[in-house]
Design a binder for this molecule. Structure first.
Ligand code: CAP
Ligand code: MG
Length: 429
């Protein structure tokens, strides 16, 4: 490699380059370090994330040159870099991340660097399974034609004994929830072991199904060391479960791929605990968009994307963009996002969760429509009359929107909803 600045620029900063349909594109926001030009920071990002390093190499070969990434657009601090897909092994998400989201985050030439979005070429998409069910498949599985799904997380998030956990799940289903999930940090602790919980809670799901005539799914958390994870998932399938959940960040994308590639006849729910460690800063790290892209690629059927109104950070416009990214087949380019044609990859369904209660439903449905899981933890189990009526209140809130009746009016004839909005209020839309 020619290690003069000019040599590096010539190879890694190429404004005339037109990306081919086989290139993976990344959109970075780069803030160069003091005394470093944008061009230099962009060049170093491209080289470090592909074939280069800090010095000229005696081992370099002519044929390596064509694998170099190219910064082909620099507008202000937004830099687009194209990577030839030959750089990556097919079907290997950790491999892709180690390049495009690897060493670059620690480079001294950049004060801050944030990966805003990524666009996969068709050639790469073909090497991944994507979601098995997607929005359509999940609607068929749950026999829910149009409305949003209503979900809950058993609370308290940790500590309940198996018997009580299963009873809380039963009340939630009987009251009107479609999905009941474990919380992100429940696995197989001594107070609530996986096997016992699975058996007892699935029993309650069956009971609620026969009593209500609706489909009920239990999203049991199989996040664990991967061999254990697979054994647990197999057990869920053997016992008639429809769904498993995994913490996609703490378990890692290899684990998500392992779970998806095992090809169980079950949907996979993706919780994103820990994402904010690197998605929260607007300057450094990566946007949730990138995580969502990889979750869809790996095969997550339902993914947490935030609320825009609940207890956790995230503006509603960002949540809408995330929903579009994971649910649509074709996503168009905007100032902050790259275009994507998802080709063979199925959709993932958005999950809105985190500090929600029934009074938020009109706001959520206005912004996120019907293809969404509305998920309430405290907002159901904190209902003054308990879980059963809390779940009723959540379903009533959804019905109020479907029937076009303002929630406060609907509440007059629906005492469970009334109790909920008396306690937590409601968002005006
Ligand atoms: C929600 C929740 C979910 C968050 C995760 C919790 O409970 O169970 O894990 O939604 O955040 O533990 O906070 P509440 P996100 O409904 O009681 O708040 O969806 O943003 O990934
Ligand atoms: Mg939780």
């Amino acid at each position: 490699m020619n290690r003069t600045k000019e040599g590096i620029y010539k190879r890694f900063v190429t404004p005339n380059y037109k990306p081919t349909s086989n290139d993976l594109i990344c959109l970075f926001r780069i803030e160069p370090a003091k005394g470093v030009s944008m061009k230099e920071a962009a060049a170093n990002t491209a080289l470090e994330s592909s074939v280069g390093t800090w010095t000229k190499l005696e081992t370099d070969r002519k044929y390596v040159e064509k694998l170099g990434a190219k910064a082909f657009s620099i507008k202000g601090n937004m830099v687009k870099i194209a990577y030839p897909s030959e750089l990556f092994e097919g079907g290997n998400i950790p491999n892709v991340l180690s390049s495009i989201a690897g060493n670059i985050f620690g480079m001294k030439v950049a004060k801050n660097i944030r990966l805003e979005d990524i666009s996969f070429p068709k050639k790469m998409l073909k090497t991944y399974k994507g979601p098995k069910y997607g929005v359509e498949g999940l609607r068929k599985m749950m026999k829910i034609k149009e409305r949003p799904f209503v979900g809950t997380i058993v609370k308290p998030k940790l500590g309940l004994k198996t018997k009580h956990h299963a009873l809380v799940a039963y009340d939630a289903w009987a009251g009107g929830c479609d999905l009941v999930k474990d919380d992100e940090n429940l696995s197989s602790q001594n107070f609530n072991k996986f096997e016992g919980r699975l058996a007892k809670t699935l029993e309650m799901a069956d009971r609620a199904e026969s009593e209500t005539g609706e489909k009920k799914a239990y999203l049991i958390n199989v996040t664990a060391e991967t061999m254990t994870m697979l054994k647990r998932a197999q057990l869920v399938q053997d016992m008639g479960g429809k769904y498993v959940m995994i913490d996609i960040v703490t378990a890692g994308f290899a684990a998500v791929q392992t779970l998806r590639n095992a090809n169980f006849k079950m949907a996979i729910h993706g919780h994103r605990a820990m994402h904010a460690a690197f998605t929260r800063s607007p300057k450094h790290g990566m946007d949730m968009m990138v995580l969502a892209d990889f979750a869809r690629l790996a095969g997550i059927d339902t993914l947490h994307i935030g609320t825009g109104i609940g207890k956790l950070e995230g503006k509603i416009e960002e949540i809408e963009a995330l929903q579009e990214e994971i649910e649509q087949k074709v996503v168009y380019e905007t100032k902050h996002h790259l275009a994507q044609n998802w080709a063979n990859i199925n959709s993932s369904m958005a999950v809105s969760s985190g500090g929600l209660h029934p009074g938020h439903v009109p706001f959520l449905m206005k912004h996120l429509g019907h293809d969404v899981v509305l998920q309430f933890g405290g907002g159901i189990h904190g209902h003054p009359k308990g879980t059963f009526e809390g779940a009723m209140a959540a379903r009533q809130a959804v019905n109020s929107v479907i029937n076009g009746v303002p929630i406060e009016e609907y509440a007059i004839f629906h005492p469970q909803l009334k109790k909920a909005i008396d306690l937590w209020g409601y968002a005006k839309v």
